[in-house]
Design a binder for this molecule. Structure first.
Ligand code: HEM
Length: 503
């Protein structure tokens, strides 16, 4: 096990001991450690890379937008090139966002680039957490990396949400109406918090300038969290997939410098190309079509951005229970918006601690797991995904009822039943599938691999030839038996790569 850990100070680290100067500066040591770290050559590493790359695109495109965007809510009369809005009273924020779209050179392209990059950023962070969850990468000693990942997701969705509120269009105004209601639902502190954000009664005079500052501050926080995550990765290294680095000479990954850095640069360029093509070809957030924010208007089909759809869905499905606490009335939407939302992130951040308490597994793990080998966790993950998937779908109750000519009540009740039934079914099915896959693995271990070669027996019957599974030599290196010219089946590759449980 000479090279199973990659980078960091764990066993197997091949870099030299830190010198006296490094000991004085932990940051320098961390940077040096990071540059010498080894990153696995696995597709799942791409998610972290895409998140950092799209953040770079966000910062660059955001700085360009900043040159022309005016966050003021003072009103003016629109007299730009978009005929349909000429003569309409709008805020300076909306006016400048329209100017970016129609008058600034490349403005619409950069707005769309910024918006698509924000979606990609959140999606990449989410995908990274999903992979870490199902492969057990969050276990000790990398719990802190998991917590930083959850924080990044939380701050990332907040930043993206504050961004879409900035142009002060009708969709932004509808979201702000919801936010105002959520804040006011908080007993005692609600009114204060509302005034802190809006500066007055809804629709407020200060909300867009304050959200603009929050947007920039949150972007800086994201940068700081990425720096913390890089330091933690340098300290603990990347975990490995089972089978890689079992013996001397096995390739477990590439060093950050120069191999990984060169590859990342190429991948970043490709990603920017794809984002640019999307920004050029696919319209997103057409604020001129929605019109300016107006407290008396709301469009049918309005909903939150996709990363907050589940909160919208929870608000819709939550029963209309109104609680009176002395002088205060707690409206029903307080629970899904102000309790369920933060609790979801707290539970996600605490998951590694809860799992280790529950399984009493406090050991350090540098090898990842296959989801089928941990059926309880895998099924729990699918249960949670099904639960939030149902809530996400519930954010479209009105659209579903309208499109399929159903009664809105029926759609609501179907959603309320589905959030309990679908996750339970998903858990049961996933658990069975994991056990089935384990049994299939065991069958291969016992009977060998199906070769696809069929042999005719002397009495006329047919049997399929099973080849014994590869063994392991004295170094733990898999030994592939000679195969008489037949190609090694993919399945066998996987099993050989997985090797015997070593973690
Ligand atoms: C230094 C970094 C950033 C700066 C200077 C910046 C600046 C801006 C500005 C000025 C706008 C309003 C422009 C407009 O709507 O026309 C905006 C919108 C937006 N921002 Fe940022 N931003 C930054 C980082 C981010 C990050 C990290 C995210 C996502 C996580 C993000 C997501 C958004 C979104 C989704 C919009 C709405 C775009 C649209 O109008 O369609 N921004 N940003």
């Amino acid at each position: 096990m000479s090279a199973t850990t990659t980078g960091g100070s764990g066993p197997g680290r091949t870099t030299s001991a830190p010198g006296a100067r490094e000991q004085r500066s932990p940051l320098a040591a961390a940077v040096r450690g990071r540059l010498h770290a080894v990153v696995p050559r696995h597709w799942s590493v791409l998610f972290g890379q895409v998140a950092v790359g799209s953040f770079v695109v966000l910062v660059l495109s955001g700085l360009y937008l900043e040159l022309f965007f005016d966050p003021s809510m003072a009103t003016t009369v629109y007299d730009g090139p978009y005929e349909n809005l000429r003569g309409v009273g709008v805020s300076h924020a909306y006016d400048s966002a329209l100017a970016i779209s129609f008058e600034v050179r490349g403005g619409l392209f950069v707005r769309q680039l910024h918006n698509w990059a924000a979606s990609l950023f959140v999606a990449a962070l989410l995908a990274g957490l999903v992979v870490a969850f199902f492969s057990g990468a969050f276990r000790r000693p990398r719990r802190s990396i998991w917590v930083v990942g959850v924080l990044l997701l939380f701050v990332g969705v907040l930043t993206a949400f504050t961004g879409v509120l900035l142009p002060d269009d009708l969709l932004s105004g509808t979201s702000l109406r919801m936010i105002s209601g959520y804040l006011l639902s908080i007993p005692v502190a609600g009114t204060w918090l509302h005034w802190m954000l809006f500066g007055s009664e809804f629709p407020g005079t200060e909300v867009i300038p304050r959200l603009h500052v929050a947007h920039l501050v949150l972007a800086v926080v994201i940068g700081a969290l990425f720096a913390v995550r890089a330091v933690l990765h340098a300290r603990h290294g990347h975990p490995q997939y089972p089978g890689s680095g079992r013996s001397e000479g096995d390739v477990v990954g590439v060093r950050v410098l120069p191999g990984y850095a060169a590859r990342s640069a190429a991948q970043f360029t490709a990603m920017v190309g794809v984002l640019a093509a999307m920004a050029a070809a696919f319209q997103v957030n057409p604020i001129w079509a929605y019109g300016p924010a107006n407290p008396a208007h709301v469009s049918g089909g309005s909903t939150s951005p996709w990363y907050f759809g589940w909160v919208d869905g929870a608000v819709r499905l939550w029963p209309a229970w109104e609680i009176r606490l002395g002088e205060y009335t707690v409206p029903p939407w307080f629970w899904p918006s102000m309790v369920f939302l933060p609790l979801s992130f707290v539970a996600l951040a605490l998951y590694p601690v809860l799992e280790s308490r529950f399984t009493r597994d406090t050991a350090h793990h540098h090898l990842l797991q296959r989801p089928r080998d941990v059926p309880a966790r895998t099924s729990l993950g699918v249960l949670v995904a099904a639960f939030y998937g149902c809530l996400q779908l519930a954010a479209a109750t009105d659209v579903l009822a309208f499109t399929f000519h159903l009664s809105t009540d029926a759609v609501f009740w179907a959603g309320r039943v589905a959030v309990f039934v679908v996750p339970a079914l998903a858990y049961a099915v996933t658990y069975r599938v994991c056990l089935g896959l384990q049994m299939a693995d065991r069958a291969v271990l016992e009977h060998g691999i199906e070769t696809g070669l069929v042999r005719r027996l002397p009495h006329g019957g047919y049997v399929e030839v099973h080849h014994p599974l590869a063994g392991f030599d004295e170094h733990g290196r898999p030994v592939r038996p000679a195969y008489r010219g037949a190609p090694v089946p993919k399945r066998m590759n996987q099993l050989v790569a997985a090797g015997p449980p070593a973690d």
